[in-house]
Design a protein around this ligand. Structure first.
Ligand code: DC
Length: 231
């Protein structure tokens, strides 16, 4: 089963996807981390501004690995796990920029589908339910006001020990929303059939419950379909 959760930065995707994956014993796939890791790798190799033909050749030979360990995506750079270094505002901005390039999207799409093979996956990002897993059994689009999302981001940066100015974070978030939603390739938008949930004012358990209810009804629908095929 694939549960695809899309939405803008700070909408609560990661927290909810992680929580639902834990409840279901499935794999949590953070596709944003994959875009951030590619931005990190291209920046290390001084390839951020290169053209598509060079990118196409360079991407498969980067010393970057995407593996599933302990039911989560782990990203290795030169054999060592990437962590907070990809969670900075600069890498967020670079990730949003390289996410507009087709060689990058093709490269990551193939890894995302490979990682989701033969397992229950809760995948979150911008195009999980529209492009990468269009046949996902559950499709959710999480959203919240930009102000609420900026407050959450500032709190996250503080937890990581980084000072962040609310106004700067809010402006950067709005700019990234605009870039992610208006690009020509796989723009951020709710998929056909996705359930849109505004998480402003809702607690994590409340949103997780909405998703769990959708999972339950998708399971019953599957069971009914299998039953009617067996008749
Ligand atoms: O979810 P995030 O903030 O970690 O994502 C970083 C950037 O990566 C985001 O601004 C756009 C891009 N991205 C994407 O284009 N498609 C995805 N499925 C996930 C992220």
């Amino acid at each position: 089963m694939i549960i695809a959760i899309d939405g803008p930065a700070g909408s609560g995707k990661s927290t909810i996807a992680r929580c639902v994956a834990e409840k279901l014993g499935g794999v949590y796939l953070d596709s944003g981390a994959m875009y951030r890791a590619v931005a990190w790798a291209l920046s290390c190799e001084r390839l951020l501004d290169t053209d598509d033909a060079v990118l196409e050749r360079a991407l498969p030979s980067l010393p970057l690995e995407f593996v599933v360990r302990d039911a989560r995506l782990q990203i290795l750079w030169r054999g060592a796990p990437l962590g907070l270094e990809i969670r900075t505002p600069d890498i967020a901005r670079a990730a949003s920029a390289i996410a507009q390039k087709s060689p990058v999207r093709r490269f990551l799409l193939q890894h995302q589908r490979r990682l989701a093979q033969d397992t229950l996956v809760v995948a979150e990002g911008r195009d999980m339910s529209t492009v990468v897993f269009p046949n996902a059994e559950v499709k959710v689009f999480l959203t919240a006001s930009p102000e609420e999302r900026a407050r959450r981001r500032v709190a996250q940066y503080h937890e990581q020990g980084t000072h962040a100015d609310y106004q700067v974070v809010l402006e950067a978030l709005k700019a990234r929303d605009h870039a992610d939603a208006h690009r020509s390739l796989a723009p951020l938008k709710p998929a056909d059939g996705a359930v849109v949930v505004d998480t402003s004012g809702l607690s994590v358990p409340q949103v997780a419950q909405v998703v769990m209810d959708l999972v339950e009804s998708a399971k019953s629908k599957n069971a009914r379909r299998k039953g009617s095929r067996a008749d």
